[in-house]
Design a binder for this molecule. Structure first.
Ligand code: ZN
Length: 132
């Protein structure tokens, strides 16, 4: 495990029981670290109307912004049920605040790997004034 992610992993493991995933049974937690070292957490929250379900990653971003943070240093996405690769919507939401070099640790039940946001989303949507 990369040491810079150790605090995030500890937090992510504690959050698994808070996931609300009665339809998929796929638990996902996300922990976002900001530039002040504060951690912002999210869990997936599903809905009977499937399209209204919210991913852990986007919930972590929304929670961080609501608490005044918009400058992030790293993200951990964890699932005990399989490899939790961020979906397209979450990639775009992260791209609103994070650069292409932003590191993301994807941690499944056994495997883990670090990718950059630029690797996940090489052609982001952005207004010309917001390109980076
Ligand atoms: Zn997502």
């Amino acid at each position: 495990m990369p040491s810079e992610f150790s605090r995030l992993i500890t937090e992510a493991l504690k959050l698994v029981d808070r996931c609300y995933c009665p339809y998929s049974g796929f638990h996902v937690t996300a922990v976002l670290e900001d530039s002040d070292g504060r951690l912002h957490s999210g869990v997936n929250v599903e809905n009977a109307s499937y399209g209204l379900s919210l991913c852990a990653e986007r919930n972590a971003v929304v929670s961080a912004v609501a608490s005044g943070s918009k400058d992030f240093t790293r993200l951990l996405v964890h699932s005990p049920d399989g490899e939790p690769v961020p979906c397209g919507a979450c990639r775009e939401v992260l791209a609103e605040f994070c650069s292409a070099s932003f590191p993301i640790l994807i941690k499944g039940p056994e495997e883990e790997r670090i990718v950059t946001l630029g690797e996940l989303l090489p052609e982001r949507f952005a207004l010309p004034s917001r390109k980076r």
